[in-house]
Design a protein around this ligand. Structure first.
Ligand SMILES: NC(=O)c1ccc[n+]([C@@H]2O[C@H](COP(=O)([O-])OP(=O)(O)OC[C@H]3O[C@@H](n4cnc5c(N)ncnc54)[C@H](O)[C@@H]3O)[C@@H](O)[C@H]2O)c1
Length: 446
C-alpha cells in the first residue's frame, strides 16, 4: 500500500513515519524546501522523543521518503493525508483554512485513479465537504472520496500515542473509503484499538469537542487551585480526591500556569467561532478561554508578589520555556505571556530549556540564555519553574540554594513537595497549596 502525507510538521511527520513502520510505503511532502532537504539528509527538524531513529529505520528500509514534489507523491497513492497547519486566523479566531484549501487544490490537480483524500489536520465542521468541492472543481472527472481522520497525538509522546491510541476516529461516507482506512489501520485493529466510524461532520467535531473538554478540565482545576490558596486547602489532594472517581478520572487535573500549545487555544477559539455561526454558543468554552488568558497574566503577578511585590532590577532564573516538556514547540506557551510581563516590570531573566531555546530566542529575544539550570540560577533573586521537564525534577537543591542570591523557588507546576524545599532551606511558592511558606518565614529564610 502506498500513501502520501502532505505537510511534514509534528503531525504529518509522525503519522508518516508511523504508517511506514506499519509497513506502508509513505511519501511525505512539504512545500518547505529546507525542511525536506534536512529530512532527505536524515535530520529530523523537530524534537520528538524516538522520532529520529524511527525515521532513519524506515528511510533505510525504503518505505519512507521525502519530497517537495506533491504531484509525484499523490499520483499512485491510494490515500493522501492532508496534515498542514490550521492556525488561528488573525482577528476572528476562526481556523485559517488557506493551507488546507491550497493543499486540496494541489492534490486535485495530481489525482490519478481512485484516491482517498484524508483530512488529518484539525478542521472545523464542514471542511471535509469543502475539500470535496475543491477536488471536484479542480478535477471534475476525478475518482475520490474524502475522509476525516482527526489526530489525537500529543507532542512529547507522539509516537506512542500514534502507535497505541485510545481510539482512531474515521469519518467517511463510502465503503471503499472505509475499506482503505481499515487496511491502513489494520495493525491497530490487531491490538484491539477501538475504531470509531462516523460521518465526516461528526469526526470533525469529535476532535474539537475532545480538545475543548481537556482544556476545560485543566481550567477547572486551575480555578480550584486559586480557591485552595484562599481557603487553606491543597489542590494536589483535591485533584487526587476527585480524580479517583472513575467518572472524573485523574488525568488533566494538574494545576499549573494555564494551558498553551499549538492546539488547545486555537482549537477552542475555532470551536467557539463554529458554535456562534451555528447559533449554538458554547458559553463554557468561551469562559475557559477567558479564564485561561487571564491566568497566564496573573502568573506574572503571582511571581512579582512572591518577590516582595517588585521585580524591578531583580534577576529571575527561569527553567522551562516550551508549553510542555519533551517538545521544542513554543506555540502559545505560557512563557510568551508571563516573561514579557516580568521584563516590562523591570526584571532581567536568565533562562534555560532543554530543547526550546533555538525557537525561544526568536520569540523572546530579551532573555539571557544559559547552558544549564545552575548557570541560569547563579546569582538570581528567585528561581521559577515554568515547564515541568523531567530534568528539573531532581535538581541539586543544596547547589540551587548556594547559587541563588535570594533562596526562593516559585514552582508553577508543583513538581516539588514543600517539605523538600523547607529541608533545603529554600523559600517555596507553588500552585494551590496551603503548605506554601508564609511570607514571614520566607523572609527569615532569605
Ligand atoms: N501538533 C500537534 O500536537 C497536533 C496534534 C493533533 C492535531 N494537530 C493538527 O494537525 C495539523 C498540523 O499541525 P502541526 O503541528 O503538524 O503543524 P506544523 O505547522 O508543524 O506543520 C505543518 C506543515 O505543513 C506544511 N505545509 C503547509 N501548506 C502546505 C502545502 N500546501 N503543501 C505542502 N506542505 C504544506 C508546512 O510547511 C509545515 O511544515 C493542525 O491542523 C493541527 O491542529 C496537531
Amino acid at each position: 500500500m502506498r500513501i502520501a502525507v502532505v505537510g511534514t510538521g509534528y503531525v504529518g511527520l509522525v503519522s508518516g513515519a508511523c504508517f511506514s513502520e506499519f509497513g506502508v510505503e509513505v511519501v511525505c511532502v512539504d512545500q518547505d524546501e529546507a525542511k525536506i532537504a534536512r529530512l532527505q539528509a536524515g535530520r529530523v527538524p523537530i524534537f520528538e522523543p524516538g522520532l529520529e531513529p524511527l525515521v532513519a529505520r524506515n528511510m533505510a528500509a525504503g518505505r519512507l521518503s521525502f519530497t517537495t514534489d506533491l504531484a509525484a507523491a499523490v499520483s499512485g497513492a491510494e490515500a493522501v493525508f492532508i496534515a498542514v497547519g490550521t492556525p488561528s486566523r488573525r482577528g476572528d479566531g476562526h481556523a485559517d483554512l488557506s493551507y488546507v484549501h491550497a493543499a486540496a487544490e494541489a492534490i486535485g490537480r495530481a489525482l490519478a485513479g481512485y484516491t482517498v483524500v484524508v483530512t488529518k489536520s484539525t478542521v472545523p465542521v464542514g471542511t471535509g465537504r469543502e475539500v470535496a468541492r475543491i477536488l471536484r472543481r479542480v478535477r471534475p472527472q476525478g475518482q475520490f472520496d474524502v475522509v476525516s481522520n482527526p489526530e489525537f497525538l500529543r507532542e512529547g509522546s507522539a509516537i506512542e500515542d500514534f502507535m497505541r491510541p485510545d481510539r482512531v476516529v474515521i469519518g467517511a461516507d463510502s465503503e471503499p473509503a472505509r475499506s482503505v482506512m481499515r487496511a491502513l489501520y489494520r495493525p491497530l485493529y490487531l491490538l484491539e484499538t477501538p475504531i470509531v466510524f462516523t460521518d465526516i461532520e461528526t469526526a470533525e467535531l469529535i476532535k474539537y469537542a475532545a480538545n475543548a473538554f481537556l482544556a476545560t478540565k485543566i481550567t477547572f482545576i486551575n480555578e480550584i487551585a486559586d480557591l485552595c490558596e484562599r481557603v487553606g486547602a491543597d489542590v494536589q489532594d483535591v485533584a487526587r480526591g476527585i480524580g479517583l472517581d472513575g467518572r472524573i478520572g485523574s488525568k488533566f487535573l494538574h494545576a499549573g500556569p494555564g494551558f498553551g500549545g499549538s492546539c488547545f487555544p486555537k482549537d477552542c477559539h475555532a470551536l467557539v467561532r463554529t458554535a456562534h455561526e451555528a447559533e449554538a454558543p458554547l458559553a463554557i468554552v468561551e469562559t475557559v478561554l477567558r479564564v485561561n488568558d487571564r491566568r497566564k497574566e496573573r502568573m506574572a503577578d503571582k511571581i512579582i508578589a512572591a518577590c516582595d511585590g517588585a521585580v524591578a532590577g531583580k534577576t529571575l532564573a527561569v527553567l522551562g520555556l516550551t508549553f510542555k516538556p519533551n517538545t521544542d514547540d513554543m506555540r502559545d506557551s505560557p512563557s510568551l505571556t508571563i516573561l514579557p510581563r516580568l521584563i516590562a516590570a523591570g526584571a532581567r531573566i536568565r533562562a534555560f530549556d532543554p530543547e526550546g531555546m533555538p525557537e525561544a530566542r526568536k520569540l523572546l529575544p530579551d532573555l539571557a540564555y544559559c547552558g544549564d539550570p545552575y548557570e541560569a540560577t547563579d546569582g538570581a533573586d528567585a528561581l521559577i519553574l515554568l515547564t515541568e521537564w523531567n530534568a528539573f525534577r531532581a535538581l541539586d537543591l543544596a547547589r540551587i540554594k548556594s547559587l541563588l542570591a535570594v533562596p526562593l523557588v516559585i514552582d508553577l507546576h508543583n513538581i516539588y513537595q514543600p517539605h523538600e524545599m523547607i529541608a533545603a532551606g529554600l523559600g517555596y511558592v507553588s500552585i494551590g497549596r496551603a503548605a506554601n511558606l508564609p511570607r514571614p518565614r520566607l523572609r527569615a529564610l532569605a
